[in-house]
Design a protein around this ligand. Structure first.
Ligand SMILES: Nc1ncnc2c1ncn2[C@@H]1O[C@H](COP(=O)(O)OP(=O)(O)OP(=O)(O)O)[C@@H](O)[C@H]1O
Ligand SMILES: Cc1ncsc1CCO
Ligand SMILES: [Mg+2]
Length: 270
């Protein structure tokens, strides 16, 4: 299928909305990135709540503006919380992001990821390896993207997943790719140091949820989050910076970026 040319998403408006609304984002995420994800949302101007007990997951999701479900360190109980929270989000019309971290790590995690992908996520966000694995069950990372850009295999997987699940799919890496099964765009913002600190993809999933929670339409929210987070990476990585300093500067950049910066410096391509 030939992709239709989309309207250019209003990335500046998406950031302005986040600052205005300060959306409450319920995060069921992994143990590695719990703290950095909360800090990224606070720096951006959103409001995080990390909660993963099954006993309270549905109620907290129902009261949030958006939900992000991240499969980085799943347990039986956390999987149950994800089922309950996503069901509550679906019932309440609350947008949610699925981040299929390490979906190919084990058959159990793959089954859980497939189950959640079928639970009507608003956006699925993963790196090329994860999107290929979620779409086709590939576990060897064949065709993962590289500095040459997004591989056609990853694009095909994203398109197929978007059409199959009726959602938006974002594939991240050196270049990012967004598809809703019909419209497609590439985002070229970002910095190589983003791949040298843990959890940048996980933070991005939460930033994407914040854009959804502030009211941006799913395709626009995905593009806006990729531009916003990529630009924050560019700012944080400018000059002579190592990974440690970079992570701290990433929070500073998320706080300092304004809608005008996004409008001016977004690198979005067909
Ligand atoms: N080499 C690169 N150059 C520019 N930007 C990059 C590069 N690698 C990753 N990024 C950016 O970093 C962010 C995270 O993407 P990435 O694909 O690394 O996620 P991930 O593999 O899921 O990360 P993690 O699992 O550590 O959370 C995205 O905004 C992406 O554009
Ligand atoms: C390193 C790592 N292991 C499980 S989750 C995670 C954080 C990156 O997603
Ligand atoms: Mg990841």
């Amino acid at each position: 299928m030939t992709a239709t040319a989309p309207h250019q998403p209003d990335v500046a408006a998406a950031l302005a909305a986040v600052r205005r609304v300060r959306p409450l984002v319920h995060c069921i995420t992994n143990d590695v990135v719990m703290n950095s994800t909360a800090n990224a949302l606070l720096a951006l101007g959103a409001s995080p709540v990390m909660a993963h007990a099954p006993e309270e997951a549905a109620g907290i999701a129902a009261g949030a503006a958006a939900l992000v479900v991240n499969l980085g360190t799943p347990t039986r109980w956390r999987a149950e919380a994800m089922r309950l929270a996503t069901a509550a989000a679906r019932a309440g019309g609350i947008p949610w992001v699925m981040d299929p971290v390490g979906v190919g790590s084990s058959p159990w995690r793959h089954d859980l990821a497939r189950e959640l992908a079928g639970a009507r996520p608003t956006v699925i966000r993963g790196n090329a390896r994860e999107i290929l694995s979620l779409a086709w069950g590939e576990t060897d990372g064949a065709g993962v993207d590289s500095e040459a850009g997004v591989s056609e295999a990853a694009r095909e997987a994203a398109r197929a997943l978007a059409q199959e699940q009726g959602c938006v799919v974002a594939v991240t890496g050196f270049v990012d790719f967004v598809s809703d099964g019909e419209r497609e765009l590439h985002v070229h913002n970002g910095h190589p140091l983003m791949a040298r600190v843990t959890g940048t993809g996980c933070m991005l999933g939460a930033v994407l949820a914040a854009c959804l929670g502030a009211g941006a339409p799913p395709f626009d929210a995905a593009v806006a989050a990729l531009v916003l987070f990529g630009l924050a990476g560019e700012r944080a990585g400018a000059g002579d910076v190592g990974p440690g300093t970079f992570q701290v500067r990433l929070f500073d950049a998320l706080a300092a970026l304004g809608p005008d910066d996004l409008a001016r410096d977004a690198r979005i391509a067909p």
